[in-house]
Design a protein around this ligand. Sequence first.
Ligand code: SF4
Length: 611
Amino acid sequence: MFGWTGKLLHINLGKGKAVADKLDAAMAKDFLGGRGFAARILWDELKQGVDPFSPDNKLVFAAGPLTGFALPSSGKLVVAAKSPLTWGYGDGNIGTFAAVQMRKAGYDTVVVEGKAEGPVILLVRDESAELLDARDLWGLNSFETEKKLADVYGHTAGMLCIGQGGENLVKFANIVSQQGRAGGRPGMGAVMGSKNLKAVVFIGTNELPSAYPKEMKDLGGEAYREVLLKPNYAFWKRQGTMSTIEWSQENSVLPSFNYSEGIFSEADAIGGFATEKIKVSNRGCPQCNMTCGNVVKDSDRKESELDYENVGMLGSNIGVGRLTQVAALNRVADEYGLDTISLGSVLGFAMEASEKGLIKEKVPWGGFKTSKALIKDIAFRQGYLGNLLADGVYSASQEIGKGSDKWAMHVKGLEISAYDCHTTPAMALAYGTCSIGAHHKDAWVIAWEVKVGREGYTAEKVDKVIELQRIRAGVFESLTVCRLPWIEVGLDLEWYPKFLHAATGMEMPWQVLNVVGDRVFNMIRAFWVREYGGKWSSEMDVPPSRWFDEPLTEGPFKGAKLDRIKYDAMLQMYYQKRGWDDRGIPRESTLAGLGLAKVAGELSRHVNLAQ
Ligand code: SF4
């Protein structure tokens, strides 16, 4: 087997056992790696209804057949589990040396189950695995933890760890690496904490097995060069994703004041050009020459790594207009190991609840000090409000009641990323149908939609959402490589089948890869439906009512809002094109057509499947 290392590692923390397995060749071809492997493994190995915090939940670290090769932006790893935030499929990708080192240690995937008696580190060093006492690390934040690990294992070791958020089972705690690279929004850090797993360290010295090493070397060199020569490369290096603040402001889609508006009066002060003024360096993922992390000095004179999402959510969405303060909130969140998107959403929710008098705590819009203190309360589950918000915005709105669910900004329990959708129905559909709950990574359709015209609820838009979900959610997340060289500087998609051929020896043109994309997407939808059973309905794919009921009150789109009847019709069109029934459940024939007949058989034990 080329491309893949050909091995999976199963760790049982409760029993202290490690078992290596051969990777099934058919699984490799059908699911590629990363998200594809995670979805397949969680479907096959988890019992329906398992509590995400029980030892029986499994935490999957999965790379793909391109991970770690000298190719543009190939240093990514997917972390996945049943989510404590959504009780559905959860995952996220992280750009980290751990991705490269895990593969060099000999594994494409590591699956962790059980619960250790006390805090442990999982150390995987060239095919051997051991559990080490981590009592001295428990209670440290993620930056401190990684520093201690680096002192022992060296700075080139691949390290993944949790902060206090994961230890205290904050339901949107993530997994952190390299002091600021983080992933696993739907509580993957909390799942790690529930298993008493403080950190994972990978150290590998093996060569990655490629079918055509010379072709791989030549292609990698050419592709890196092409990225460097792209016209917008220089500007990208200056601002990375931060220029999106100005773009979102211009187009009235910058989430402001808990998504009640799409513009923010201090947008310029937190945008790409403001970032350039205080930037000290670039940071990035391994194997990447686009290094998009903007490192700035925050208001505490410490380093913080900014991108669009964390600035949108911890800036305009909560009314903070000083970039150094936004950066401090972001850095504190990374230290505790909290997802910054969900964090900005629960803070915005608390500010609105406070303004409306629904909670007794005073949480003013734009309050930097209050926000910083509240972030600590969330990470440690301290006080009524900290503990309430630690369960996520859906849960908080259920507890508070009084109509707050209308402005609890989530889909399926996962807080929405940093794009307001009052005026963008296709982006709303992308959030509604994303495979982990509301996230932009599966189908970032908004830039295209703004160009073609945002008014329509058209078949063309539905097709675009599905096309992007195939490429991004299915293929990129499974290969497992970063999508940004393609999206941001325009690296041609045709490079990827060539990379795959050099790595694996297999010819997989985009027609074949798109089928893999659909297979992975349908597998994940089947997982959600199996979990929710009779409670599943098309309502699960609908964004919050704020965007339908409360028009924008400022800016060029003042008065605009989404149309619920038209959204529902567009959603039904989406289901038809996907081969799903009117509840959004894959038809038996759709699953069978993707080689998932057994999945259909199992799913039909939980819900009636349409033909
Ligand atoms: S473009 Fe940014 S996110 Fe993607 S691999 Fe490079 S540094 Fe990481």
